[in-house]
Unconditional design. Structure first.
Length: 159
């Protein structure tokens, strides 16, 4: 199978009529190009060997490095101080949500315990336990009724 470019070339060659094309314009080759800038400069490259050279120490470079380190540390401390309250509030929000969930769980547990207590101390269950353990009601002469606190005390010792 022919490539797409070959197909286009065949189509164009069929439709190409050389008699209908205009003649190409003649170029004037007698014109000279002006000189390029710095055309007369010659660059000579010389190989330089600096292996025997030692770099001279800059006494101010150490101070500049320490100043840069100090400013970066100060910027980091400032950034941490700025971001710390928002991070603390985010953590406090998580803690509040955890406490709310625990409060709901404890409220549900308290309600279930109160229901269980109400079932255990119901009069019907007390009568059933009394029958199982063979408890009997005391005779009426052994029952002592408390007075309504005429003298300020709720219970009285009787002999």
């Amino acid at each position: 199978m022919a490539a797409l470019a070959n197909v286009y070339n065949r189509i164009i060659e069929r439709s190409f009529d050389p008699s209908k094309t205009p003649p190409a314009p003649k170029l004037d080759t007698s014109v000279r190009v002006r000189a390029f800038p710095n055309e007369d400069i010659y660059f000579f490259v010389k190989k330089i060997d600096n292996s025997g050279m030692r770099r001279e120490a800059d006494p101010r470079a150490g101070g500049t490095c320490w100043r840069l380190i100090g400013s970066v540390v100060a910027a980091v401390v400032l950034l941490v101080c700025v971001l710390l309250p928002s991070a603390y509030s985010l953590l406090a929000g998580y803690e509040v949500q955890a406490l709310r969930k625990e409060g709901q769980r404890l409220a549900t547990e308290q309600a279930s315990l109160e229901l269980e207590e109400a079932q255990l101390v119901s009069p019907a269950r007390m009568e059933e336990l009394a029958r199982e353990q063979q408890f009997i009601d005391p005779p009426s002469q052994k029952v002592v009724y408390l007075e309504n606190g005429r003298n300020g005390s709720l219970a009285m010792n009787q002999k």
